[in-house]
Design a binder for this molecule. Structure first.
Ligand code: N01
Length: 525
């Protein structure tokens, strides 16, 4: 088997499949393990799922051994954890680093994949597991003159390992998604002046991060197994209290108190889980959106800046919300200014800075917090060619098509871990990663036991699943936002809502049921 990627998914795939007696070779483009946590080293990078949830559940021993220090772990701490996992389970020896897979080609006659890399390797594999991540193809902004800037440019998703010293500099940050919202407060503390170029404001809620106290750690360690079981029954892979009630069915005072409690909790999904119609009914959603906007007005002193930072063009939660530490208060600093590049668009990057339709900005350094070609980008990076020479790129020209988000018709024995059509990015990623890999391991073990050699999604099953994913998304407000979930941040990318909103518990049931029904919707041969 070839596994592509040695991030959270690739490492677990290697461990699980090797334990299952399979011969596994992993290729990883980076120089070490960690995936997203190897690349995204920008100031302030940390996870917005609590550390004791954003960790593997497959090993109770690992769970007891490792002790997280903060409620929300920093990038260096998560990377240390993944290095510990790699060492503890002796995973590194089967990973070839600094090696990018360039192509995977299915050989109909042999019933195997030929996988080629940029280091000149060519290997033959019965199965190919794409553990390439959902947010790993960094996207530079498409702005004229980008190569003419005389100073350094940095993308948050490809941050220099030695760090960057912005002391005294005039810095520009383009982008106010999660990466921008995390890095802007820290860059502002260092820079002489920071100019934030904002196209669309985001909804951010305070993380209320802090050190984990010993009692909390011991309590979770004592109950980890039951906690993990509860996680599997949740919608998002995080246990949050769901209120099964409309936001419009309660009094204004009661609603305010509920939102206030969610805001104070510092939990990403808490506000969205406050009522059952926030992602369905625009009027219900507006109550939550206005609650956040009120908080922004309290936090930001200048009313004009507060209004600019207030999202008004899409429903709360329809773009991924963020957890922040001092984001809004950063705009009260005298060395920070906010430029609305929706009202006055960026015209070009110049050798000395950036020009909008309204002004020229002189800058020493530019930071692109401009996100990723999400979900499909990492899978379409290598040239994947399936049966009869068909390219995945062509099969997905109008948007990704997949059965369960894990397999594509015409591409036998190829598994897309947390691929488009699965809950993935709408959930705690580690929970969804472990579920996919456990499913794949059980699947190929079953094939081996029965002397079966190939598994392939049928066109009908794939068509049914694509329709289902779209249908459930269409009941919600998600498709109304220009989000990366919709591919809207990449010019020319088809507008399709890519993840599956069915949630962890329901989706697990579907996958288990498909397997129990002898892999219904798959052709086995
Ligand atoms: O990327 P994004 P991200 N001119 O796509 C703007 C996960 N994550 O790296 O909204 C001007 O969200 C763009 O503007 P607009 C998490 O799932 C998690 O921040 O397209 N602006 C937007 O403001 C997250 O959602 C964590 O109008 C341009 C920004 O750049 C996902 O990764 C931390 C532009 C991109 O925001 C992606 O987050 C970090 C242009 N030409 C990331 N092009 C945590 O766990 C783009 N923009 C905390």
């Amino acid at each position: 088997m070839v596994v592509v990627g040695a991030g959270i998914a690739g490492l677990y795939a290697l461990k699980r499949l090797r334990d299952g007696g399979f011969d596994v070779q992993v290729f990883e483009a980076a120089s070490d393990v960690g995936g997203t946590w190897w690349w995204n080293r920008y100031p302030g990078a940390r996870c917005d799922i609590e550390s004791m949830d954003y960790s593997y559940s497959f090993s109770p021993e690992l769970e007891q051994e490792w002790t997280w220090t903060e409620r929300y772990a920093t990038q260096p701490e998560i990377l240390r954890y993944l290095n510990h996992v790699a060492d503890r389970f002796d995973l590194r020896r089967q990973v070839q680093f600094d090696t990018r897979v360039t192509s995977a080609t299915w050989d109909d006659g042999a019933g195997r994949w030929t996988v080629a890399t940029d280091q000149g390797d060519t290997v033959s594999a019965q199965f190919c597991v794409m553990a390439v991540g959902c947010l790993s193809a960094a996207k530079d902004p498409e702005i004229d003159g980008i190569d003419t800037f005389a100073g350094p440019t940095y993308h948050t998703g490809r941050w220099p390992h030695e760090g960057v010293d912005f002391s005294g500099q005039r810095v520009g940050v383009i982008g106010t998604g999660s990466s921008g919202i995390q890095s802007i407060p820290l860059i502002a503390q260092q820079a002489g002046h920071l100019t934030v170029f904002q196209r669309t404001p985001n909804f951010a809620m305070p993380a209320r991060n802090g050190p984990l106290d010993e009692a909390r750690i011991q309590q979770r360690k004592a109950t980890y197994r039951t906690h993990r079981a509860a996680v599997l029954e949740s919608h998002t892979g995080v246990v949050v209290e769901l209120h099964d009630q409309s936001a419009l069915a309660v009094s204004d005072d009661e609603r305010e108190a509920t939102y206030e409690a969610a805001w104070e909790s510092g939990t990403l999904f808490a506000l969205l889980a406050s009522y059952n119609d926030l992602l369905i009914d625009p009027a219900a959603n507006e109550t939550a959106a206005e609650f956040v906007r009120r908080r922004i007005r309290e936090l930001v002193h200048d009313p004009e800046v507060a209004e600019l930072l207030s999202p008004r063009t899409y429903p709360f939660g329809a773009k991924r919300a963020c957890l922040d530490t001092d984001y809004y208060a950063t705009f009260n600093r005298p060395n920070v200014s906010l430029v609305d590049v929706r009202a006055t668009p960026i015209v070009e990057i110049t050798p000395t800075g950036l020009r909008t339709t309204a002004a020229d900005f002189d800058l020493d350094a530019l930071v692109f917090a401009t996100g990723f070609d999400a979900m499909t980008g990492p899978l379409l990076g290598p040239t994947i060619t399936g049966r009869r020479g068909a390219a995945l790129r062509d099969a997905w020209a109008a948007g990704p098509r997949s059965y369960l988000g894990i397999a594509v018709s015409g591409f036998p024995n190829l598994f897309t871990i947390t691929g488009p059509g699965s809950p993935s990015v709408l959930t705690n990623m580690i929970v969804s990663i472990e579920q996919h890999i456990d499913w794949v391991a059980a699947c190929i073990t079953s094939l081996r036991e029965r002397d079966l050699h190939t598994i392939e999604a049928t066109p009908d099953a794939e068509a049914f699943w694509v329709d289902h994913v779209n249908e459930v998304a269409s009941f919600t407000l998600y498709p109304t936002a220009d989000s990366w979930y919709m591919g809207a941040n990449v010019p020319g990318k088809p507008r399709v809502f890519m993840p599956y909103i069915g949630g962890v518990a329901y989706y697990r049931e579907v996958c288990a049921d498909v397997a129990a029904d002898d892999y219904r919707g798959f052709a086995l041969a």
